[in-house]
Design a protein around this ligand. Structure first.
Ligand SMILES: [Zn+2]
Length: 619
């Protein structure tokens, strides 16, 4: 509670200074932003930037078109570790001040304006430690010759490289001019170039309004390959071909998505494959999904991630959670939509395997969270005031959100649910949604409209209650039943080579189901037999490798240790890191965890470092 106190005081001070006039649309006050959008709001950003790899800094001028309410006196922007050089309002030097630093949030940049002010320009430099920016050395890239930069702005890190009203409830359009060193291509969440030029100067345009967390930039030795009429992939030259093969079905995914829930609103859909230190599987930056190379499995078996990021073009980017407490509105809808795209392309059996794996993850995480420090985080509607909004990134928003929407589908029937969702995305396009507003919308447009009577308990329990309700839908898969049968027999002592043939036709998801349902404790002999026959340690599939390495750690299977280290040093995807480091700590392998982390930590983005530091007790 003490952490939150300074924030309250700060908001209190600003609030007193500004008696509010009535605004056209009242914007919900976001606990993770200093901005007072109801007084003065950014509508457009013109960003003119130079990317300085040597000093790991961005020098830029951000010029804002603003709209003010009557009597407006201040424009408040969020910043984190930015050095402000100068500020102008309509071309004249403006008075400004940086407020007190607040943990997680940074500092408010308070700029004096009047209700007549139209344009505000801020010239500034980002810090080499800017949390959104990851500067990679040539050694950390595939080509090993040029450095590389990428941003990760979600949830509230955009403010570490651009002063912005950094709240998902505030949308603006932007254009940009970015200078990068020769031999590099720069890309943004915008209309992008497809070829390098000699000057290293690139221009960008994003004509659809987006919230700050969708601001994105990357620069490096990047090439483009077209995938279809409105899709393509960018990657380092050495990765481009395998990426283009892996993402071959992208155009078909866009078509499937449009058929389900209406036209794609962002013109093009391209993918950018980043070096392996990218902390997430993917980030739904509009027009240009940022993706981890760990989904390049060589057999398209992990492309559900593309369906997920594409689905965000509707859920999240088009209809956006109003605050990070409503994060499930972004992610739950996206997992549901992802699942439907996968079903359209690869069949129900396939999507049911995905759903079952996600339910398994969810059950484990719910149990852990209920026993942990914040059992209230198992509610769909979160309360993250005074905390890092990144704490809300758990299976709850994603998989509990999915389960709830699937339950709604099963309750009203698929046809009615699809009509509802399509309308939801159309009516609320380029708007924000709170959980409370969604509940009202759902009551009227889904339940009442279809004459479905349920008590309010039915949805309140899911949204405002802890844990996973008993009526959670259970997906079923015949292919998983085969795996379960093999496991049951293996557990009674039958040998693995009698139960399955080598190089059988199991797909990646079946192997994951197999690995996740092996006993927690196995003898080294059992591990050796499985590994010799099925080749888990040698697998090139990142998901299989990760699940196998968990057994390697728990059962002290030494032949897997080299792979464990190389995997953790090379890959920075947080989803893979946290379980493996946690397993090492739980197994008393503190020295091992520290030794590997010391080598690996410089390769990780802030988002991953922040999580793993806590697990291993890094100081
Ligand atoms: Zn997502």
């Amino acid at each position: 509670m003490t952490k939150y106190l300074p924030l309250l005081l700060l908001f209190g001070v600003f609030a007193c200074q500004q008696p509010k006039e009535e605004m056209k649309t009242k914007i919900t006050q976001d606990p993770h932003s200093f901005a007072k959008p109801n007084e003065a709001i950014v509508k457009h950003l013109s960003w003119d930037a130079v990317v300085d790899f040597e000093n790991k800094q961005i020098q830029a001028t951000a010029t804002f078109d603003i709209e003010t309410s009557e009597g407006a006196k201040e424009l408040i922007l969020d910043t984190k570790a930015l050095s402000i050089e100068s500020v102008t309002a309509d071309g004249e030097p403006a008075e400004y001040s940086l407020g007190e630093y607040v943990e997680h949030l940074g500092k408010p940049l308070v700029i004096k304006i009047s209700s007549e002010t139209k344009k505000v320009a801020v010239t500034y430099t980002s810090s080499p430690e800017a949390e959104a920016l990851q500067w990679l050395s040539p050694q950390q890239t595939d080509g090993k010759e040029l450095p590389f930069l990428f941003t990760q702005s979600q949830a509230i890190l955009a403010r570490s490289w651009i002063p912005l009203q950094d709240s998902p409830g505030i949308r603006f359009t932007y254009d940009a001019k970015v200078k990068v060193p020769q031999g590099m291509l720069a890309l943004m969440s915008a209309e992008n170039p497809t070829e390098m030029n000699d000057e290293g100067v690139y221009t960008f345009k994003m004509e659809q309004p987006i919230p700050a967390y969708l601001m994105a930039l990357s620069a490096g030795d990047l090439k483009f390959q077209s995938l279809g009429a409105r899709s393509g992939v960018y990657a380092e030259p050495g990765v481009l071909e395998s990426a283009a093969f892996e993402f071959e079905d992208t155009e078909a995914m866009i078509e499937a998505a449009e058929k389900l829930y209406g036209p794609y609103a962002w013109d093009r859909y391209d993918l950018l494959v980043l070096p392996p230190s990218f902390p997430f599987g993917g980030m739904e930056n509009p027009r240009l999904t940022f993706a981890t190379p760990t989904i390049l499995a060589g057999d398209k078996s992990l492309v559900a991630l593309v369906a997920h990021e594409l689905a965000h073009s509707w859920s999240g980017n088009l209809v956006t959670n109003a605050t990070w407490d409503d994060f499930w509105l972004n992610e739950g809808f996206t997992v549901y939509f992802e699942n439907r795209i996968m079903e359209s392309l690869y069949g129900r059996e396939y999507s049911e395997m995905l759903a079952q794996l996600s339910l398994q993850d969810l059950r484990i995480e719910v149990d852990e969270m209920l026993a942990g420090e914040h059992p209230e985080d198992t509610k769909l509607k979160l309360d993250l005031k005074g905390r890092n909004p990144d704490d809300g990134v758990s299976s709850i928003a994603y998989d509990k959100g999915y389960e709830f929407l699937r339950l709604l589908e099963e309750t009203v029937g698929r046809e009615a649910f699809d009509v509802f969702l399509k309308e939801y995305f159309t009516k609320n396009a380029f708007k924000t949604m709170t959980t409370e507003a969604f509940v009202e919308y759902m009551k009227t447009n889904l339940l009442d409209k279809n004459g479905v009577e349920v008590s309010s308990e039915f949805y309140n329990e899911w949204i405002y209650g802890q844990g996973l309700p008993d009526n959670a839908p259970v997906p079923s898969s015949n292919k998983f039943a085969i795996v379960e049968d093999v496991l049951a027999k293996w557990k009674t002592g039958e040998s693995i080579d009698q139960l399955i043939v080598k190089d059988n036709d199991w797909n990646t998801h079946q192997w994951l189901h197999f690995l996740r349902n092996l006993p927690e404790t196995m003898t080294v002999e059992q591990m050796t037999t499985l590994d010799d026959y099925l080749g888990f340690t040698a697998s090139g599939n990142s998901e299989i490798t990760h699940d196998w390495l968990r057994h390697v750690v728990k059962n002290s299977y030494e032949p897997g240790y080299d792979k464990l280290e190389s995997f953790l040093v090379n890959v920075g995807r947080r989803k893979f890191l946290t379980p493996l480091y946690q397993d090492m700590m739980d197994a008393g392998k503190t020295d091992m965890a520290m030794e590997i982390y010391t080598k690996a930590r410089p390769n990780y983005h802030f988002v991953s470092v922040n999580s793993v530091d806590k697990i291993v007790g890094w100081e």
